[in-house]
Write a protein that binds this ligand. Sequence first.
Ligand code: ADP
Ligand code: ZN
Length: 721
Amino acid sequence: MSRVRVLILNAALGPLDYSVPDDMDAPPGSIVKVPLGPRQVTGVVWDEGRLEGNPVDASKLRPILGVYDSPPIPETLRRLIEWTADYYLAPLASVLRMSLASTSGYSGEKTITEYRASGGMPERMTPKREQALELIGDSQGIIRELSEIGEVSVGVVRGLVKAGALEPVDVSLDAPFPIPDPAFGPPTLESGQAAASARLVEAVRDREFAPIMLDGVTGSGKTEVYFEAVAEALRMGRQTLVLLPEIALTEPFLTRFTARFGCEPIAWHSGLRQSERRRAWRAIATGEAMVTVGARSSLFLPYPKLGLIIVDEAHESAFKQEEGVMYHARDVAVMRGHFEQFPIVLASATPAIETKQMVEIGRYETVTLPGRYGAAQLPELTAVDMLQDPPPRGSWLAPTVVRAVEETLERKEQSLLFLNRRGYAPLTLCRTCGHRFQCPNCTAWMVEHRLLARLACHHCGHVMPPPAECPECGAEDSLVACGPGVERIADEISALFPDAKTAIVTSDTLWSPAKAGEFVQRMEAGDIDIVIGTQLVTKGYHFPNLTLVGVVDADLGLQGGDLRAAERTFQQIMQVAGRAGRGEKPGRVLIQTHEPSAPVIEALISGDAESFYAAETEARRLAGAPPFGRYAGIVISSEDEKQAFETARIIGQTAPKVDGMMVLGPAPAPLAMLRGRYRQRLLVHARRALDVQSVIRDWIGDRDWPKGVRVSVDVDPYSFL
Ligand code: ADP
Ligand code: ZN
């Protein structure tokens, strides 16, 4: 009998030793079932000598119970998992979990039983049953999924199964996926595009690590160009992963992909049903899935022969995970390319300063597209000074913008109004006593959602019906909405243009790829004249008849002022501006601002991106901010305010004195309370060359905190709340 060390899928436990029965083969990477006390748990056999653990006496070793009939986790991925855990100071098991994706896809099951409406009615109909059947409609899924769709308990769904109103269906987990055909619909590339794609194709062929920034304005054909690299990977029989920042972008991507390659790629996102997840996981792990498109969580899946990763809209902060393992998918993608020796393409019209700096120092190469494809011209950007050209009282759109919308309507073209705020109004207060509605669990205002008739907290999801009277002073009809959200802008538009067809696009309305698909169809059919949307509509979409973009509040993103505020504002407005005039008709962009002379607004108007980047980069250099220096955030939280405060104080007091490192805080976090937990923050600021992770590990790594206290470390943070 031999001995192996197994990484268990439970972050609280370290790796454990087991014996391998003589008739069993369990090389490193094998996914195994092992005993743990009275339970059986899943783990992965790890390479000898790489994980610390408490060696168990040979006589006390328990044997592995079984090896799953699934490809092992590849060695390079095991190295990536170690690297990620190390760099982001996360438990190895938490990173490994992302690879196995809680799918049980490795279990070897061939089918899964789902349920769907049988067409029959239960003998005994109740209001709950009726509601469930109504909502479930044609959907199919496991019991838990149907209970979610039907908005009823699992018990109600089980009852419907028993009563015969829902019938079982066996879904195969091994059904093959179609294979994309690189020769299906190749485009005719323009010369600049052809040169760019030739370089990407060559990089794929070389099978070497090559981080490449693909830079080109919106509409320059970045997608067409990187599709050629995907085609090359296909011809070589290597897998490709395309990472998108949001799942709403999946749908338009699938359509374009199908036009180019004849079938859809595998989509990986949080909206998949369990059967779809398991089937996709298996196809990925066996190497059958040639192209996967997914959100950041698809990065850690066990592709055995990855040959290319594309990170589309690579500047997006949505690639940074803000809970659990707080990794940045763009940066980890580059590491994966390094471990597995293939190119990574970071595509963006507005690259992150971090990425540009890597090009600057020669670590990344750059491939540039010259301009917009075909006859399409970049739109003209104009600032609308809200002090010179103010909206009437109680409205939010300047007369110039209203006129532009009107002209666009007359020309039968489409407009897009962008405001990065969901709901009707960000704050509700009592006119009589000034009471403001705050979330009971968070340091945040309750946001009014008029369409859903409720107030909601955007941090914890707490909801309440809009009260008829003020809870503080009892005054009736005294509540007023302060400030605009997209719903309020939509109201203003409907009042101005009662015949125009409008659509509100936010994560509330476009929460699934299917919903996004519907929206795209309505836009293409001309069924929408005016879109009012959040950042969700700013990227990816291509609507040739959309010729006007209005930015409702360009100053919004500059408030709060974290280190990337100006950069983010620039990127967001460039992206949304990029939706205008993508076809033959020219586009225009109107930017409402109270500060037309702010450097970021001036850069947008003049189109001088390079000076803006240069100035921002220089400011970062002077401040020692990323990418020239490094930050790490430490958040201490507890339901007990005093305990959070005390722990933070102790952490602050024991901060090591290290040359080139500074510790700021502790202080109450800007989000001083979140989900009922009090939060204290420290910020570590260090020289770039310093191994902050080691310092932090020695400082707080192995300490035991009072029960109920959570200490989380965020390396290279994007959020400073
Ligand atoms: P980007 O990703 O840079 O914003 P896209 O790849 O979306 O640009 O291209 C913009 C539009 O131009 C798309 O509709 C795309 O299909 C079209 N396009 C770009 N290049 C070509 C080409 N060589 N042949 C045909 N259509 C193209
Ligand atoms: Zn809340």
